[in-house]
Design a protein around this ligand. Sequence first.
Ligand code: ATP
Length: 235
Amino acid sequence: ATGTPLMAVKGLEAWYGESHVLHGVTLDIHEGEVVTLLGRNGAGKTTTLRSIMGLVPRRAGSIRHAGQELINARSDVIARAGIAYCPEERGIFASLDVTENLMLPPVVRPGGMAVSEIYELFPNLKERARSQGTKLSGGEQQMLAIGRILRTGAKLLLLDEPSEGLAPVIVQQIGRTIRELKRRGFTVLLVEQNFRFAQTVADRHYVMEHGRVVDMVRNEDLNASMDRLHEYLGV
Ligand code: ATP
């Protein structure tokens, strides 16, 4: 893609207390792209998403999004700028049913999806509308976690390992959902360990190692770059 990216992250550093975790992460995402962050455990992928969302106590560098500098912005300001984060642990409330869980996030921007539209996108969830969070399968919880952030009106979605722990057929469903979100104009940055899955959804892949982005591969070049990637990822 050419032109100004929707989001440009430059020299992003992050700390948890004394622990310096990100050492200058640089990446960009164009509107409508699906981009993955690949890398071994502990490479800093989750911390990158959390930093973009303003959830890490100390950070430095630059996060420009739609013309606005967000490096010092609070999470609520970042959310209102149109960014939403879906954590790996999903955060489904066990005692609430599916509809109640969907109603939880505040609508912070015009264009947030109505619950009925979310159900149209996730027909399986609609069938489970009155089921409590605890009764949902892992796949249903993941769909709910993604569906829920669509209510906010965000257009840039940060998804942390949506395929994690799910059966292959459910992973395929999540893949279809992400492709549908792209078709509808959403931009997605997702952390993935599952290479195969990443390949079915993404336009580009960034590779992280020791708190830095060390490589970028276009999806069409992924197969040709396998040897290099295997070295980074140790798979
Ligand atoms: P994983 O897939 O295991 O989550 P990751 O690439 O997402 O890996 P991060 O979770 O971002 O990696 O972790 C990067 C580094 O930061 C690791 O060394 C981790 O131990 C450290 N770290 C993560 N969260 C915290 C925290 N809350 N406090 C202190 N250190 C943390």
